[in-house]
Structures are given as structure tokens and as C-alpha cells.
Ligand binder design. Sequence first.
Ligand code: MN
Ligand code: MN
Length: 313
Amino acid sequence: MIAVFGHLNPDTDAVTAALVYAHLLRRQGREATAYRLGELNFETAFVLREAGINAPELLESLPAGHEVALVDHNESAQSLPGLKTLTVTHVVDHHRLGDLETSQPATLRFDPVGCTATVLLRLHLEANLHVEATDARLLLSAILSDTLHFRSPTTTPADREAVAFLAPIAGVADVTAYALSLFAAKSDLGDTPASTLLKMDYKVFPFGHQDRGAQKWGLGVIETTNPGYVFGRQAELFSAMNAEKAAGGLDGLLLSVVDILAGTNHMLVAGPSEAAVIQAAFGAAVQNGVADLGDRISRKKQIVPTLEAYFAG
Ligand code: MN
Ligand code: MN
């Protein structure tokens, strides 16, 4: 049995890609089961509820050698602990290639598009398989989520075409209204503890070179239609960030607060060393622990590559 899962601190794409890819593998005669590596965020819980399906089971570990298919990630720092002891048989992803190693030839599919779901749609079409209605709804939701309904600079024409193709199959008549309901669900954070807010969309990245000053940074993102709520909890978030920085043995920690509708990023910066890096790497001033990064709303396309270049240089 192949265990199919997306990254830690799963977002909608990570969860739905695991469900849809496991289903596709089963339709192609493989035994495959979808899992998740963490709690659902509010948006993903909404998507699954609307689709009328259960969340995949939580996975915490697997025995050495177990077959796994990775979706929506490939870097070990974002995956199941002990990934290097497992047998990666498949990867479907739309991120940079990190430290992926396979012990045997594997099926790898990376496309530079806005969402894993767009790649999964292509895999269905290439295999001459129709997309079932529930899968179509999951894929559509993931694309709207990952691209912030096409606002993110990661959006490609293929993502727009995929949504246009999937909407009638999914029975979503008004895509704009559905996207707004996703964002509303995502932004309804209630009294979620600050430590949970920090980790809801959070990834650890290695930067620099092993032999000269390698760094490990935690980069969180809160995408919301209500940034005022998040900034109202700034003090709590700063203490959660510093606690996580110490607990994770990190060199830096940043938390982007992305205003989905305005398309802006105001980044919370854990301390003075992070502030110096943000100033040098992005030319952005940091005031009271907040950096105005303007329209740089994509961690993948606009934050990580700039930090990578900064630490490589
Ligand atoms: Mn993701
Ligand atoms: Mn994704």
C-alpha cells in the first residue's frame, strides 16, 4: 500500500491532492491511501464539509521502507519525520526541488503551475480518465486556495483553464462566490491560540551552504480577508514566534500576514536579526517588528527565492 500525503501543517492543496491522487492511483490499479500530516485549517475543513467527505487519517510515522507518494511538497523538512528511511515511489508537486532522494526509480511529476491540483487534472486528462464530481470540487477548491482566486503571482493560465474546466463538473455555478466563502472560512479564526495561528501555514526552509553558515528559517503565512484581527493579536504572535524559534532551533522566523483581497503582505519579524535580513534582502523597512513587503504575497515565488539568494551570496 502506498501512503499518499502532502506537507506538514497541511493547507487545502496538501489535503485535497492526497485524496485525489490516492483515488487516481487506485483507479490505475495501485493500492493507495490518503493521509494528512497535521490538523485541517478552517478553509480545508470547510471544503471537505461542503464536498461531504471525511478528512484523511492523521499519519505520524511509518515503518522504514514503506512506500509513499508525496504531493504538494518534496523537501524532507516539510514531510513526515524519517522520510529518508521510506521508499518514495511517486511525487506530484509544484514547488522547488529540494533534497529529494529516492532509493528506486520513481514517478516524478513537477510542473511550474499555481497548484498541485492543476498537475493532477493534467494526469487525469493524460490517462484519459474523467474527473469525478467530488474530485473536481476538491481540485477546484485547491486551485482557488493556492492562487488566492488568481490573485497570487504564482497563478498561470493553466490554473485558470483548470478552474473553468472543473467548475461545471463540480457543480460550482458561481466560482467567485465560492472563492469568497473559502476565504471567509479561512479568516474566521475565532479564539485560535497564537501558537496555532503561527503554525497553520508554516514551513521550515534550509538556506545557505552546509559548509559555510547554513541557516534554518521558519516561514509562516496567514492569508486572511481580515488582517485587523491578526494585528490585534500581534503581541501574542510575537511571543509564539520567539517560543517556536527557540523550540525549533531556528536562525530566523517570519510570519507574513497576507491581505487576500488587497493583495498585500505585512510581515511580522521575530527579532532584530530577522529585521536586518529583511532590510538587506528586500530593502523593506521594519517598524515595530512589522515589515511592509508590498505586493510580495507569495512565499514560494517572492519570499523564499529572495532569502535563498541572500544567504547564498
Ligand atoms: Mn501547500
Ligand atoms: Mn500547493
